[in-house]
Design a protein around this ligand. Structure first.
Ligand code: CAA
Length: 258
């Protein structure tokens, strides 16, 4: 397996695990981390033997934001011409379902990275926020757009304008995280969830994710049209025949990913 500078990567069964690993900087997301995460996720995404990806950090921090020390001296032109966070779009575009398992701080770019994932599972120690306003800037990796879609305008506006952090319970109430679990159980719960997802039909997972993604972007009528076409197209897969035969025969399905 490829070695990376800022992350640990591991395959467990049909699940690809990516662990952010810059403990000296609370997993702050520098350019190398972006390169590493995007490369690892792209490799998992291209591999039919992988049906889910888990992205996690340390107990203390999922990620405390973009790397402030790396950005501090840059000019606006350098940020713009270097498309400083541009590659993250490739992470958000992976077709394989991605679970963010968040313990500790998910701030700024860390919160934004979690929001590029499909499911956010939080430890009871998790803290989410967009504190960029305290640095004289605003969210730059999607926070101003994705947080509103996740928690609604007024909650997002309060968090982005005040820089206040919210704890795991508030994040769950707000709809940002799907579930809160005791910190000691976070990785086991993420593994259980990911293993369950990875055992489903891969074409159906890709299809589900594509329609979910579209729902964030397109008008309802267009989304419903897309859903009907994608739903119909799945009837050409062996997995649909297997899934429905297994239901009729009262046995678990054995999906083949085609
Ligand atoms: N960038 C670079 N280094 C960071 C960092 C970041 N985002 N967050 C933490 N670190 C570093 C600290 O500088 C410190 O390093 P040193 O020991 O070398 O000084 C180390 O990580 C440990 O951090 P603290 O000593 O500050 O730990 P703490 O427990 O006292 O505080 C914290 C934890 C509240 C998360 C605090 O570190 C903090 O506020 N971090 C910055 C959070 C932030 O502002 N994030 C937004 C970044 S901008 C952004 O993300 C833009 C965007 O939208 C893409």
């Amino acid at each position: 397996m490829t070695e990376y500078e800022t992350i640990l990567v591991e395959t467990r069964g049909r699940v690809g695990w990516i662990t952010l690993n810059r403990p000296e900087a609370l997993n702050a997301l520098n350019t190398q981390t972006m390169t590493d995460v995007v490369a690892a996720a792209s490799l998992f995404d291209a591999d039919d033997a992988i049906g889910a990806i888990v992205l996690t950090g340390s107990e203390r921090a999922f990620a405390a934001g973009a790397d402030i020390k790396e950005m501090e001296s840059k000019s606006g032109l350098e940020m713009f011409m270097g498309d400083h966070f541009g590659d993250w779009a490739r992470f958000a575009a992976v077709r394989t379902p991605v679970i963010a398992a968040v313990s500790g701080y998910a701030l700024g770019g860390g919160c934004e990275l979690a929001m590029m994932c499909d499911i956010i599972l939080a430890a009871d120690s998790a803290k989410f926020g967009q504190p960029e306003i305290n640095l004289g800037v605003i969210p730059g990796m999607g926070g101003s757009q994705r947080l509103i879609r996740a928690v609604g305008y007024y909650k997002a506006a309060e968090l982005i304008l005040s820089g206040r952090m919210m704890d795991a319970a508030e994040a769950e109430r707000s709809g940002l995280v799907s579930r809160v679990v005791p910190a000691a159980e976070l990785l086991d719960e993420a593994a259980k969830l990911a293993d369950g997802i990875a055992a489903k039909s891969l074409p159906a997972l890709y299809a589900a994710k594509a329609t979910l993604d579209a729902a964030m972007e397109v008008p309802l009528a267009e989304g419903l049209r897309l859903e009907r076409h994608v739903f119909a197209s799945l009837f050409d897969t062996a997995d649909q025949k297997e899934g429905m035969a297994a239901f009729r025969e009262k046995r678990p399905p054995a999906f083949q990913g085609r």
